[in-house]
Design a protein around this ligand. Sequence first.
Ligand code: HEM
Length: 442
Amino acid sequence: MSEAEDPPSPKGIPLLGNGLSFSKDPVGAMESWADHGDLVHLHFMGESMYLVTHPELIKQILVEKQHKFTIGPEQQDTFEGVEDNAMTTATGERWKRLRRAAHPAFTRESITNYGDRMAAVTARFVDEWDDGEEVALHPEMHRLTVQILAETLLNEDIRGQEDVVIDAADAFIARTNFRRPGQLLPDWIPTPTERRFRRAIQRLDTFVDDLIAERQAAETDVSEDVCAMLLGAYKDGELSLAEVRHNLVAFLMAGHESPSGALTRVWYLLDDHPDVYESLCEEYNRVVTGDRPTIEEYTDLEYTQHVVAETLRLYPPTTGINRQATGPVMLDGYELPAGAQFLIPQWVPHRDERFWEDPETFDPDRWAANVDRPEYAYFPFSGGPRGCIGNDFARQELTLALATMVGRVDLDVTTDGPLTFIPSIQLRPATKITAVVRQSTQ
Ligand code: HEM
């Protein structure tokens, strides 16, 4: 039990508290706060928040004592006007009901069924690039992951309409950017960011409503896709139509944003590690028998899976997980009050030298060795009952998409230097990453 009454608190500046350093450099700020301890007390513009960075404490919050925590008002505020009726913002029995209704789309069997489609969509996408063409990598990976998501989970070809989803995600990130001017103003003031956000969300809502209307008219078989599945739950009185709509919005937003960031960062890393790219090519040639990987070949793409895991370690797509204590809670020897809010960033434990050898080094081979480290030293998808519903979907998608690309192209990244990040709920690089497409010679 700790002698002190409150966890250590890094100095901030009056009024803004610790917010200013976060808005300047989110990952640098989180790293320097964690130097004060595994549990530290932060202040953001009058709001109190605890930063938790030790795997054992993280496991207590997400798993062992998870019944003492819920998602906090921060998360609900962030998604207000976008996913108010989705599982991302729901709590208690309502959250369980929403999650249960979507579960059949994310079973091992369903995800396996999406496998060949994931590779086929990627192959089609990459084949549209010309040899020598320069591409803006993140926007391209956005388009790719929207197409994959739509053609697997929704069974819809939405080529040409990807911008509806991408613009909504961009406007959402811009609105949650800590650095944006007018950030302290109430939402009803029509700043340019707020107006752009409302327009983009309105377009996305209309897009989803049209999809729902089409499916209702067609009376699609419930087993066919997640939209039909959620509509089946609506017919059975388990979900409201608003819940169907907002869950679809949540899948479209969460389901493309993080995977697109991960694929962008893989190529950024590969450019500096030609030996890793060579090993990926070697595995591709050894395992893949056709012109792209099949779902049967997925488990044998072991090295590709390690490259994906290592990329998610070094560059976790989300800034952190948000929780709130539902009652007083003991953590690391401190008694913290009901309502205490927690930020659990992946970046810090993912690079903590207590758990990783040479943590700053991109080394996919570290995943081949059986190293004894705490479970929650690595948790890009969070964990426990509330962890990411798309975890298996995303790992399979990233592996198959990466292998498919490696079989066709090498991307010569023309952006140099370390990445800087937008201070937002996603760790999106502020740096624009461009690449020149080279047709694969293998
Ligand atoms: C690299 C890819 C991805 C990463 C790193 C990621 C990460 C996360 C994280 C950290 C959370 C928060 C969980 C928590 O609060 O404990 C989350 C939630 C969620 N993710 Fe993902 N995700 C990814 C891909 C996906 C995909 C592909 C989908 C859907 C197809 C998806 C759908 C969701 C949904 C709906 C939630 C909310 C779950 C709930 O509140 O019950 N994610 N994700």
